[in-house]
Design a protein around this ligand. Sequence first.
Ligand SMILES: [Zn+2]
Length: 104
Amino acid sequence: MRPDYALFQPESCLPGIMRCRVKGCGELFQTGPSLRSLIASLKAQGKTLRHLPPPEIEQTRRRQHAEAHVRRCEATLDQRTGFFLLAEHLRWQPKRLTAADHGF
Ligand SMILES: [Zn+2]
């Protein structure tokens, strides 16, 4: 199961697309299964594939992207699950209501 603070989260309105959650980044990646099915369907239609990265290349791009965030202390690699996680100080915190929110 995907951890709560996974660095990449599925983009809800784009099936097969993962978005990097580092603030200000938001890089998009296509998942392997999604690319493979797209490639299969294009091949079946006899269309050219040269604009599509092979799934392995896309996977490598995503890993290298995550590793770059780790080097900048924006992400960590969870050795136990193999998931890249958003660094703790970048995790979304529920907004705490203050008096100002109530008009004081
Ligand atoms: Zn990123």
